[in-house]
Design a protein around this ligand. Structure first.
Ligand code: FAD
Length: 403
């Protein structure tokens, strides 16, 4: 059978960037396994829910983002046989590889919240976590003039941990503008114990919680929704609590894709078991993992994948040449917190919550709301994503040598 130099499972932010990064460095026979005809710029969905972007700008045809010369295998991968250097596909056929890169993202587990799937997109229940639903968030926000709006956040891990509260701040900003915020009771119900995982950003966020008069409820985990009755049930330390709502923005619990979790590649938590620095699999030397599907403890963001892709590329090529990995990932991830239309708190940090700002403080102090950060998010980053990251241009993200 034909053996590809590299098989990449998943053509999302991480998979396309890795293919491009590899091809920038060397001519290789690469196959991308990806069932979807659409490629999404998910960071744009927060802006769609806030009425800033049209949803159409967050989607492109997959065919248009797969780099030239790469074989697109338009199927889902269903299992891995790493001992045989083989991936099995939905139609039962297999692909053989020299090196394997696994990046099929994280699975949104909507079904874990009872009653949710039936009511998503109606009865005031929405989520920026899905392309078709983000525009409904903006519909609800524009039409709500009074009542109770609840924003939920599930237990970690989730992709873009700031997104649940970003949706809330942009909604509140709109209601403040319209002069109706005083008639809307806003609750942030977060399963976690803190507003944001990196302390340096919390004071700036708390200022907005106060400005918008948001009821901050930590340790409150959404477990059931009754759409027609407009009731949401939360598990809390004090037992179950049912709240009525007029609008409910849900962020679903998130888990490793099942076919990864059930495979020999999985770590205990179900994600691809890789070394957090080299991104090489901990047991299979020709397997790599990155993006949301990786077991590393970084913030799962497209910004992280932007840093990881070139690191996987240089390490994989070194191993193809019979050498050891040459570059270490520092855990960089970024979460631009849209605290109001026109201002962002630009969280950028690595392993252990170490702040890793891309800009000098005099230009952008990430711990403070800033207009320049908003321009970065609304103008620069989408362009950088489509024309830089997905094309293998590595401005700002040169792979660092091993520590
Ligand atoms: P994805 O981009 O999700 O791609 C996974 C791909 O794998 C998909 O194309 C999927 O079809 C494919 N796949 C799935 N199953 C299989 C299979 N069985 N076989 C083959 N292929 C498969 N990040 C930021 O940096 N900044 C932000 O501001 C930001 N905001 C966000 C806001 C929202 C609302 C959301 C939802 C996400 C946000 N993110 C943000 C996170 C960012 O989108 C993800 O971290 C990023 O897309 C991860 O890339 P990935 O390639 O790992 O996964």
């Amino acid at each position: 059978p034909h053996i590809h130099d590299v098989v990449i499972v998943g053509g999302g932010s991480a998979g396309i960037s890795t293919a491009s990064s590899l091809l920038k460095r060397r001519g290789l026979d690469i196959a991308i396994v990806e069932p979807s005809t659409d490629h999404y710029y998910q960071p744009g969905w927060t802006m769609v829910g806030g009425g800033v972007f049209d949803v159409a700008v967050t989607r492109r045809d997959m065919a248009g983002v797969i780099p030239k010369g790469v074989t697109w295998v338009q199927q889902a991968a269903t299992s891995f046989q790493p001992e045989y250097n083989q991936v099995t596909l939905a139609d039962g056929t297999t692909l053989a590889y020299r090196q394997l890169v696994v990046c099929p993202g994280i699975r949104l587990a909507w079904e874990k919240i009872a009653g949710l799937s039936e009511t998503l997109g109606k009865n005031g229940v929405t989520s920026n976590y899905r392309y078709e639903l983000a525009p409904y968030t903006w519909d609800l926000v524009r039409n709500l003039k009074s009542g109770r709006a609840i924003f939920s956040q599930p237990p970690m891990p989730i992709k873009c941990a700031g997104a649940p509260q970003k949706a809330m701040y942009l909604s509140c900003d709109q209601w403040l503008d319209e002069g109706v915020l005083g008639d809307i009771e806003v609750e942030f119900r977060n399963a976690g114990a803190v507003l944001f995982g990196v302390e340096a950003y919390v004071p700036a966020l708390m200022d907005y919680v106060e400005r918008y008069d948001i009821q901050l409820k930590l340790g409150s985990n959404l477990i059931a929704v009754d759409g027609p009755a407009r009731k949401a049930t939360f598990a809390t330390a004090g037992g179950e609590l049912t709240r009525e709502f007029d609008m409910l923005h849900v962020v679903p619990p998130q888990v490793a894709p099942d076919f990864v979790a059930q495979s020999p590649l999985a770590a205990e938590n179900g994600f691809v078991d890789v070394d957090q620095f080299t991104l090489r699999h901990n047991r299979y030397e020709n397997v790599w993992g990155l993006g949301d599907a990786g077991s590393m403890p970084n913030a799962k963001t497209a910004a992280a994948a932007r840093k990881q892709a070139p690191i996987v590329a240089v390490n994989l090529l070194a191993v193809l040449d019979g050498k050891e990995p040459v570059s270490d990932y520092d855990g960089y991830g970024s979460c631009p917190l849209t605290v109001e239309r026109g201002k962002i708190v630009l969280a950028e940090f690595g392993y252990g919550g170490k702040l890793l700002p891309s800009f000098p403080t005099w230009l952008i102090d990430g711990t403070k709301p800033a207009r320049l950060s908003w321009l970065l998010k609304s103008e620069a980053l989408p362009w950088i994503y489509w024309n830089g990251m997905l094309k293998g241009h590595e401005w700002l993200v040169k792979p660092a040598p091993r520590a």
